[in-house]
Design a protein around this ligand. Sequence first.
Ligand code: FMN
Length: 177
Amino acid sequence: MTRQADKPFLYAVVCAAGIAADVSKLITAAQERHWEVGVLATPVAMDGFFDTAAVEAQTGRPIRSAWRRPGDARPFPPPDAVVVAPATFNTLNKWAAGLADTLAVATLCEASGLGVPIAVLPCVADALAAHPAYRDSLTRLRGMGVRFGERYSGEPDEDGRRPEFGWERALDLLEAA
Ligand SMILES: Cc1cc2nc3c(=O)[nH]c(=O)nc-3n(C[C@H](O)[C@H](O)[C@H](O)COP(=O)(O)O)c2cc1C
């Protein structure tokens, strides 16, 4: 797809959390705010967590999940900003530790090293958020300048309703700087 030169390019990193099924809401909101969007997904997220064909149609680009082959052209332009939504326990801990075993985590490690603005919406259950590794990861990533929205646990409220994920929070975090 031809690059729309007048628009900044946003990488949307999608991890394997149930809420990823609604990621089209993030893409729509970003496009309405004049971002051009390219989606990177973890390999687990590609395996049934969201409608990959619909997302490719919405962005007009293939989803990136695996490394390109040596000699292949770079499929996406460099990012002007990155959002990670939803961000899983697994990906956040690997990113903080520098364990770049997926393209998504490797891209996050590189983007934070380059100083690209990054906004994260964690989707992590209370039990996992209590793990000391998670707390340490957040402290480390915040120290690297990464911006975090409030954690979404997915727990229903007193009336049995799950709260809205609030996808636009990621874009608000980018614009707040
Ligand atoms: C239906 C389903 C929903 C899940 N939701 C979450 C979630 O909200 N948050 C989370 O951290 N992990 C969740 N997981 C577990 C992750 O998918 C698992 O840890 C996976 O290894 C994460 O891979 P990734 O970080 O590379 O995307 C869920 C798993 C399943 C099967």
